[in-house]
Design a protein around this ligand. Sequence first.
Ligand code: BJW
Ligand code: ZN
Length: 246
Amino acid sequence: MDLADAATLLARARRLVVFTGAGMSAESGIATFRDAGTGLWARFDPRTLATPEAFRADPALVWGWYEWRRAAVRRAEPNPGHLAVAAMAARVPDTVVVTQNVDDLHERAGSAAPVHLHGSLFAPRCSACAEPAPVPDGAAEPGEGRRLAPPRCGRCAAPVRPGVVWFGEALPERALEAAVEAAYRCDMLLTVGTSGLVYPAAEIPQVAARRGGTVIQVNPEETPLDAVCELNLRGPAAVVLPALVR
Ligand code: BJW
Ligand code: ZN
């Protein structure tokens, strides 16, 4: 019944935000971070891979890990959930997709310009002068856990780093501003496949709720965001989202 109610509410939305996390891409075969057993943080220590200190200590370990993940994303395809999000934007012209994901599956499903709060696997840059660097062609695809020396910056020769946001780093200012602004003025926000544990991103649905927007969650599990949600649709994104735009 919740599903029918959610579809009705969505059909009335005028200013929509779709806020996504790793669960959005789970059915494309991309691992989440915190799911028990299968999540990346169950298998890898974020302190040695997803902090600026980790990159300084062992750039090849970090670069190799991100190149391994980028190769997996390249092989993956958008799932029916990503396609449903693009279909929502076709129905509600004022739709902003805000994603914490570093993959490009929203873009490949037809969402024009998702706001990437945590950067992208496809935007490497210099670790010293921030000059954008070419995306590697993928010829040197490292295996899981294998080191790969990062390329050097064409301007200053410092190591190139992944264009993602690590723990302790500020989010890209313009992306965060765009996300907060969209949440502030939306009348509906769909939060999809995020544990809602990582800040400041987890504020986005809370901003929408505080401003009187209707917040609907799509997630097989309970999350701390349940409290601000009008409806909690407990199921996988690739099943629930297409049902909302049928
Ligand atoms: C399905 C599904 C299916 C499964 N369908 N659903 C306040 C309190 C405490 C700590 C902090 C705080 N404020 C800041 C902090 C510190 C920190 C933080 O939040 N820590 C917490 C973890 C405690 N935050 C930061 O450090 C941030 N920076 C910052 O605050 O800077 C301050 C500053 C200001 C000015 C100058 C300098 C500094 C940065 C955070 C960056 C996060 N980076 C990562 C890695 C990105 C690169 C990479 O990909 O490696 O981002 S961590 C990781 O978590 C990644 C994700 O985007 C992010 C969120 O994860 P997400 O997407 O929610 O995934 P999961 O796995 O957690 O959840 C998946 C969900 O899907 C689950 O709920 C499943 O049930 C569900 N699911 N299958 C639908 N089929
Ligand atoms: Zn440089």
